[in-house]
Design a protein around this ligand. Structure first.
Ligand code: C5P
Length: 232
């Protein structure tokens, strides 16, 4: 499983996505489809982008009872996505159900990663709203380890957590990290950011990059710069 740059296709409609992807011509970047685009356009958007030759991370963050998640994952797997995710707070049995549902008849399946605590949740919110009193770093690492023990391939995490996740869960356990910005770029609403080169140094396996590429004057150039800095 190689390192790669995943472009977050945070667009509201198919027309806007296709206009963006057309700029890449024969290049076929790994892309992330999130809830907004999926709920607006439905499964056909996944099939169409896949048919153009892109790898797809379908970011729908499933969280329900094990049986429901298992069946939903079977449907996502049939869309032939390359990576998908769920909330680790759904617990071990839900994650095991997800793996079962994702696994195709031939034994293959998309990469499955877990969201631990959302980066929008801080210590205070966790204690007040979720009644979890442990330090947030410990909670994140515990969720990552539970994900690993349930058969998952990795977690979505801040680049700042990549190293610790690898220490706790092993080097092969994948870290997929958003919050990436060029050294000379706009930070926007991201709080804790790293450059692609820094993310490489601390061992991120995949970086998810949205606006630094999608809002760039020349998105193809920005993508190529990202790949150069992250993969070399
Ligand atoms: O535009 P930007 O590079 O900030 O986009 C990052 C992408 O990663 C967005 O799709 C965002 O929803 C996603 N993401 C994130 N932080 C997380 C989890 C996902 O920025 N903790």
């Amino acid at each position: 499983m190689g390192k790669d740059v995943i472009i977050a296709l945070d667009f509201s409609s198919k027309d806007k996505v296709m206009e963006f992807l057309d700029k890449f011509q024969d290049k076929k970047p790994f892309v992330k489809i999130g809830m907004e685009l999926f709920y607006a356009e439905g499964p056909s958007i996944v099939k169409e982008i896949k048919a153009r030759g892109h790898k797809i991370f379908l970011d729908l963050k499933l969280h329900d009872i094990p049986n429901t998640v298992s069946k939903a994952m079977a449907v996502l797997s049939s869309l032939d996505v390359d990576m998908t995710n769920l909330h680790a707070s759904g617990a071990g049995k839900m994650m095991e159900g997800a793996i079962k549902g994702l696994t195709r008849a031939d034994g293959t399946r998309p990469i499955l990663i877990a969201v631990t605590q959302l980066t929008s949740t801080d210590q205070e919110t966790m204690e007040r709203d979720l009644l979890i009193k442990e330090p947030i770093d410990k909670v994140v690492m515990h969720y990552a380890l539970t994900a690993k023990n349930s058969g998952l391939d990795g977690v979505v995490c801040s680049p700042l957590e990549s190293q610790k996740v690898h220490e706790v869960c092993g080097e092969k356990f994948l870290t997929v990290t958003p919050g990436v910005r060029f050294a000379d770029g706009d930070v926007g609403d991201q709080k804790r950011v790293m450059t692609p080169a820094e993310a490489k140094k601390i061992g991120s396996d995949y970086i998810v990059v949205g606006r630094p590429i999608t809002s760039a004057e020349d998105p193809v150039k920005a993508y190529e710069r990202c790949v150069r800095e992250f993969i070399g």
